[in-house]
Design a protein around this ligand. Structure first.
Ligand SMILES: Nc1nc2c(ncn2[C@@H]2O[C@H](COP(=O)(O)OP(=O)(O)OP(=O)(O)O)[C@@H](O)[C@H]2O)c(=O)[nH]1
Ligand SMILES: [Zn+2]
Length: 184
């Protein structure tokens, strides 16, 4: 739960800290705007992926399902700057599947928090394993980190690619190769 008052106070202090006039017209409402914006950016902290993954459908065919190019925006916990890109989520069902939108909802639950990309990737994979009990899960994320592009090392266009494999994907390289073909 976001403590709106605390965030507003902190933003005022931050603005003073960088030498701004917190009373000037353009900034007067900024603490309030940011506090409201954080409800959205960090809304995943109050959400449980299990809620989105509890309704399942029975299937006879246990072939790989891939939801690719799921756009997401997250926030790097080191610099509080955005990192954003695409998540590709694959799983091999074991008799039950979930509604397709729920895969993107699971990505959102974990993206809308302070994150590290590797941790985000792993949390999505673990949530699907826990709630769907599939034969395997593979999550791949490709993202641009603004802390790498607009500041510091300044490498615009550089991408960080991370994967998390669970279950049968850990052993079976053919399955992983099929995934890589499917997301091309
Ligand atoms: N592994 C990982 N590192 C990240 C992620 N987001 C940002 N970082 C890195 O976190 C590191 C923090 O390094 P520090 O040396 O503590 O901070 P810094 O002085 O601001 O580092 P520079 O970015 O190199 O200027 C940097 O190398 C960032 O590139 C992420 O999602 N995963
Ligand atoms: Zn960063």
């Amino acid at each position: 739960m976001i403590d709106q008052e605390k965030v507003k106070q902190a933003v005022r202090l931050l603005l003073e800290g960088i030498g701004e006039d917190v009373e000037r017209e353009g900034l007067a409402e900024t603490p309030d705007r940011i506090a409201r914006m954080y409800e959205e950016l960090y809304g995943g902290m109050d959400e449980d992926a299990g809620e989105h993954l509890k309704k399942t459908f029975t299937v006879a065919d246990n072939e790989m399902v891939v939801e690719k190019d799921i756009t997401f925006y997250s926030t790097c916990e080191h610099h509080l700057l955005p990192f954003y890109g695409k998540a590709h989520v694959a799983y091999i069902p074991d008799g039950k599947v979930v509604g397709l939108s729920k895969l993107a909802r699971t990505v959102e639950v974990y993206a809308r928090r302070l994150q590290l990309q590797e941790q985000l990737t792993g949390q999505i994979a673990d949530a699907l394993m826990e709630h769907l009990n599939p034969k395997g899960v593979l999550v791949m994320i490709e993202a641009e980190h603004m802390c790498m592009t607009m500041r510091g090392i300044k490498k615009p266009g550089s991408k960080t690619v991370s994967i998390a494999k669970r279950g049968v994907f850990k052993e079976d390289t053919e399955l992983s190769n099929l995934f890589f073909q499917m997301i091309k």
